[in-house]
Design a protein around this ligand. Structure first.
Ligand code: SF4
Length: 400
């Protein structure tokens, strides 16, 4: 696939003109936000946006209905959330959210700032399309299946597999080599691409880039036992005992829209928070008493600490009024479906159906509601599609 147009991914300095107003996307490498950064986002959402912080499927955040982009840029720069004007849109880095705290072979989080700084320090890498995604998986397999372009996946405490276009390249490296090799792969992609936005769009992109790296570095081989990497819906929810004796709390966020008021409460706990690629958050490094108080206060405010909540089964595109292409307000429809008990657990059979009223939809298991056939924001893996059409909703069960 050859593209002739530049990618249109929004940032803070280049807003997307959505139907409900300008939209700004803020990169959060590794999903990590300090309490001060979360507080700054909450304040900006109220002062300059629609009052919510939207969580994206890449662990970034975005604001809708932005009123003053210049002031937003200043505030984010002050909070350390816009460190580069030239490279802001290429800082798409997902890391296993629980890494270094709960399980995993190794802690991938120290690699995040090193990779981020390496990207920003290299003028040529500002030319990467804003859709390129880097993944850092500590071996548990939670983010390697998310369709990244360039990634590493720990296979033991001292070895990473290099992933290209979501596939195992066979190249094995030590932790100290990981960042440099990912940056070399990013350069290689720029040399190979002919307008493509993603490595998988380049014909034989993964194999070509592997060959490119082997040619440029004589010490590398690509003879590792191939890894099978599958998409997983591995949302960390509820009480999670950290390896150091502290507690992490995983919290689902309804349709990925975090109200600023809830974000302020999370920031007030004064612990690091991670935005996950499943549109949820993980609050870390809590003692047990504090964790209990967080659940007591924030569950009634809508955060989801129950792994069996139907809210964890549903996702939706922006729909109306945010998207001009949408045939309906899908987020209102899915909210009604959840509240009225029509989103039911996995296991019940699901049949294809067409021309349905929103109130007649009963759907089981993971499901993504879309306002048109483009199905923006659809999660990877086994998901039932519920799609608005001119004749009503259509249910497409279980397409992978
Ligand atoms: S799926 Fe369609 S309606 Fe929904 S956000 Fe994408 S383009 Fe808009």
């Amino acid at each position: 696939m050859t593209r002739t147009d530049p990618d249109s991914c929004p940032g803070v300095l280049r807003l997307h003109q959505a139907a409900d107003g300008p939209l700004a996307r803020i990169r959060v490498p590794g999903g990590r936000l300090s309490p001060e950064q979360l507080q700054a986002l909450a304040a900006a959402a109220v002062d300059l946006g629609d009052g919510n912080i939207e969580l994206t499927s890449r662990g970034n955040v975005q604001f809708r209905q932005v009123r003053d982009a210049a002031t937003l840029g200043e505030r984010l720069t002050e909070a350390g959330l816009l460190p580069s004007a030239t490279h802001e849109r290429v800082r798409n880095i997902i890391a296993s959210p629980l890494s270094g705290r709960v399980g995993g072979w190794t802690d991938v989080h120290p690699l995040v700032p090193a990779l981020d700084e390496g990207l920003q320090a290299d003028p040529r890498l500002a030319e990467l399309p804003g859709r390129v995604l880097f993944t850092l998986d500590d071996g548990r397999g939670d983010v390697s299946g998310l369709g990244g372009d360039i990634g590493v996946h720990a296979i033991d405490e001292n070895t990473y597999a290099l992933l290209l276009a979501g596939k195992d390249s066979g190249i094995r490296i030590s932790p100290s080599e990981a960042v440099d090799l990912m940056l070399a792969a990013a350069h290689g992609f720029l040399e190979l691409r002919d307008g493509q936005w993603r490595l998988h769009e380049v014909p034989d992109g993964s194999a070509q880039l592997t060959e490119h790296l082997l040619t440029s570095r004589s010490d590398l081989t690509a003879d590792g036992e191939p890894l099978e990497l599958a998409p997983r819906q591995d949302i960390p929810i509820g009480w999670l005992n950290q390896d150091d004796g502290n507690v992490a709390l995983g919290a689902g966020v309804r349709l990925g829209s975090l109200p600023a008021r809830t974000a302020e409460f999370l920031a007030a706990v004064e612990r690091p928070l991670f935005v996950t690629p499943w549109r949820s958050v993980v609050l870390t490094d809590l003692d047990e008493w504090t964790a209990e108080q967080v659940v007591r206060v924030l569950a009634p405010m809508g955060l989801i600490f129950d792994a069996n909540s139907p809210w964890l089964l549903v996702s939706a595109c922006a729909g109306r009024p945010g998207c001009a292409k949408s045939l309906t307000d899908v987020r209102a429809d899915v909210t009604t479906a959840v509240d009225s008990g029509r989103v039911i657990p996995t296991g019940a059979p699901q049949f294809p159906r067409e021309a349905l009223d929103a109130d007649d939809i009963v759907a089981a298991g993971r499901q993504h509601w879309s306002g048109c056939e483009r199905r923006c924001g659809r999660p990877k893996g086994h998901v039932t599609d519920i799609i608005a059409t001119p004749d009503g909703y259509r249910i497409d069960p279980g397409a992978a």
